[in-house]
Design a protein around this ligand. Structure first.
Ligand SMILES: [Zn+2]
Length: 237
C-alpha cells in the first residue's frame, strides 16, 4: 500500500525537512473538454489519449456504464473510431477494479461522458492532486434545457485547461453550441443519438423550444379532451 497523503493532512517533520521530496511524484493535471452533443468531444479526447500512448505514456480510459449505445468495453465516436475502456458506474471504484499496482503506473486517465459520474470532483482531486495523474475529461456542460449537467462544471475550478467545442447547427449550418431534444421526453438523462438530439445554434435552439412547447401544449390539451376515449383504447390494447 503506497502512502498517499490527504491534501488536508499536515506535513510530517520528515516532509518538512525534505520539501523537494514533495515533487518526487510528477504533478498531475486536469483538462476538461465540453460542448453540445456531436461537437467531437470524444474524438478530441481519443486524439489526446492516442498521442499520449504514442509518447510512451501509460493510459486508461473510463466511460459510464450507463451509456451502452455503441459498445460496453470501448469508447466509440460517432464516426466509428474506438479505444478500449473501463465501463463503470462510478469513478472511485476504478482504482480497485484496475488494481492498485497498475493504477500507480498509470500516467493518464481519460474520462468520457463525464456528466454521468457523480463522484467526478472527488476523483479528479485525488487523481491529479495526490496521485500525479493527468486527467482528461470530456462531457456535456449543459443538458437539453441548457442547465448544468451532472458535475462537469464543478471541476472547472480544478482544471488546467478548458476547451469548449462546437458542432454545426443541423438546421442552418452555423456554429452550434446547444443540444436540442427532438422528442417530448422530459427526464434529464435520456441516452440517445441523432434520433433524439440535434446540435443547434442559439436562434434555432430558441425557435426549437417554442415549436416543441407549442406541440406539447397542443398534445396536452388534446389528451385532456380525449382522456376518456384514450383510456378506452388503452383498456382495449
Ligand atoms: Zn441554426
Amino acid at each position: 500500500m503506497s502512502s498517499f497523503k490527504s491534501p488536508h493532512s499536515l506535513p510530517s517533520s520528515a516532509d518538512r525537512s525534505d520539501r523537494i521530496g514533495l515533487s518526487h511524484r510528477p504533478s498531475g493535471e486536469v483538462h476538461v473538454i465540453v460542448g453540445p452533443m456531436f461537437a467531437g468531444k470524444t474524438t478530441a479526447l481519443l486524439r489526446r489519449i492516442k498521442s499520449e500512448v504514442n509518447n510512451g505514456r501509460s493510459v486508461a480510459m473510463i466511460k459510464s456504464s450507463k451509456d451502452t449505445r455503441y459498445a460496453v468495453d470501448s469508447v466509440v465516436t460517432h464516426d466509428g473510431t474506438n479505444f478500449p475502456c473501463w465501463a463503470l458506474p462510478n469513478l472511485l471504484s476504478f482504482k480497485q477494479k484496475f488494481g492498485a499496482e497498475a493504477y500507480d503506473k498509470l500516467d493518464v486517465i481519460g474520462i468520457d461522458e463525464a456528466q454521468f459520474f457523480d463522484d467526478l470532483y472527488d476523483f479528479c482531486c485525488k487523481a491529479a492532486d495526490c496521485d500525479g495523474k493527468i486527467v482528461i475529461v470530456a462531457g456535456l456542460d449543459g443538458d437539453y434545457l441548457r442547465r448544468t449537467f451532472g458535475s462537469v462544471l464543478d471541476i472547472i475550478p480544478l482544471a488546467d485547461s478548458i476547451t469548449k467545442l462546437t458542432a454545426r447547427c443541423e438546421l442552418c449550418g452555423k456554429q452550434a453550441v446547444f443540444t436540442l431534444r427532438k422528442t417530448s421526453e422530459t427526464k434529464t438523462e435520456l441516452i440517445g443519438g441523432c434520433d433524439v438530439y440535434m446540435p443547434v445554434c442559439r436562434q434555432h435552439y430558441v425557435n426549437g423550444q417554442v415549436v416543441i412547447k407549442s406541440a406539447r401544449d397542443t398534445l396536452e390539451s388534446c389528451s385532456k379532451v380525449q382522456t376518456d376515449s384514450y383510456q378506452e383504447e388503452v383498456a382495449v390494447a
